[in-house]
Design a protein around this ligand. Structure first.
Ligand code: APR
Ligand code: ZN
Length: 369
């Protein structure tokens, strides 16, 4: 079939809206009509050419929501008309990782997903006879996409897709980091570095968990108002702190954070996030993604004295099992999504969405088809 997609032909080039050929779903695959997708930093990172695993030409996009249009042979858990959120971290429920009970990092289709291919090693997308790569197993910058059954979370019928698309990445990453990875408890003091979509969702996850102090750290004071609305209790702008930031934060939190979250992807801030943790038990969770090849450092004494450094991808969330619950939280008013959507625009304006993100003018732009 012919579909409308934003094609990334090469690094640093503007995306072009084109009619693309899409083959139907094969065994274990599902054709999804994407109704809304947002743009995330990972898309921009790949498009910049800095991502060593980036493949071109490709159809990017991984934060979307849609409706099942057709299922391939052997698909059992989904039927046409089901509302779904594509998962860049799938959940096969059979592999060693899924069965471990210790991680959400299902490896069932990891290899082919990293190669920009469907699990059978081929692509469903092409244009003028040229093969296009899939991206993160999702390729949501297209009004139709083919996704493996194990990479689709079925959600409730009444969920507004132009809002819950955010649950496909940033929202889940932030809230999951608090609830699944850190397991913040009532009364804990939390410090959050970086108040973009990810950090703001750490804040609302911390609020949900009953945290005591929720300290937001950002060099952009423009983030203060929305962060407060989501539950931040104290705002710290590092540019306005006299002296070193770490002792300032340790003092503010009466000895250090029970949990600190790095939501920027800056290796220097990752060190600050660890070192502002409470002696004896404080845990730093790395959520932001640093550039390829970058390294973190600290004095080992920081760990010997009881601090823990850990990380999380997609908030440690098993998508097929847990996303329906996060959608319920939104529908029940327990979490906010609408305030993250700073722009809504047609897919034709996708390059503008990228520009707004680069300029820091968007939390999330939602593109509709
Ligand atoms: N100290 C404090 N705050 C900073 C610093 C710094 N040194 N550098 C940047 N920030 C702030 C920015 O002002 C911005 O508000 O961090 C925030 C980052 O937000 P976004 O750029 O909107 O990023 P977001 O979408 O939240 O993603 C954050 O998670 O998924 C990953 O790849 C993504 O690594 C990125 C991170
Ligand atoms: Zn698995």
């Amino acid at each position: 079939m012919k579909v409308k997609a934003a094609v990334a032909h090469a690094p640093q080039q503007r995306l072009t809206i084109e009619q693309v050929d899409l083959e139907g779903p094969k065994a274990g695959e599902v054709l999804v009509e994407i109704k809304a997708t947002s743009v995330c930093h990972t898309d921009a990172y790949t498009l910049s050419g800095a991502d060593p695993e980036g493949l071109f030409p490709a159809i990017l996009g991984h934060e979307g929501a849609g409706i099942v249009a057709e299922v391939g042979p052997e698909v059992k858990s989904l039927k046409p008309g089901d509302r779904v959120i594509p998962l860049y971290v799938p959940e096969c429920r059979h592999c060693k990782f899924c069965l471990s009970g210790r991680t959400n990092l299902c490896q069932a289709i990891r290899k082919t997903q990293g190669q920009g291919m469907m699990p059978d090693g081929t692509s469903r997308f092409s244009v003028g006879g040229t093969r296009l790569y899939h991206y993160m197993g999702t390729s949501t910058f297209s009004n139709y996409t083919v996704v493996p059954e194990i990479a689709l979370a079925k959600i409730r019928e009444d969920a507004p897709l132009d809002k819950v698309c955010l649950i496909g990445c940033g929202v889940t990453t932030g809230i999951g980091a608090v609830i699944n990875t850190a397991k913040v408890r009532v009364g804990d003091n939390v410090v959050v570095f970086g108040l973009g979509a990810v950090g703001l969702n750490v804040i609302q996850g911390a609020r949900l968990s009953g945290a005591n102090m929720i300290v937001g750290v950002d060099i952009n004071p423009g983030k203060k108002a929305i962060a407060e609305k989501l539950g931040m209790t104290h705002f710290v702008n590092p540019k306005e702190v006299e002296g070193d930031l770490v002792p300032y934060l340790v003092d503010l939190t009466d000895g250090g954070a029970d949990y600190a979250f790095e939501c920027i992807g800056n290796v220097n801030v990752m060190r600050q996030a660890l070192e502002c943790c409470h002696k004896g038990w404080g845990t730093c969770v790395i959520v932001g993604v640093a550039g390829a090849g970058e390294e973190i450092s600290t004095r080992p004494f920081q760990l010997v004295t009881g601090r823990t450094w850990k990380g999380t991808a997609f908030g440690g969330v098993k998508g097929r099992t847990e996303l329906p619950k996060i959608v319920d939280w939104y529908m029940d008013g327990k979490i906010i999504l609408d305030d993250f959507i700073t722009q809504v625009m047609p897919i034709e304006e996708i390059n503008t969405a990228f520009e707004l993100m680069e300029e820091g003018k968007a939390i999330r732009s939602v593109l509709t088809f």
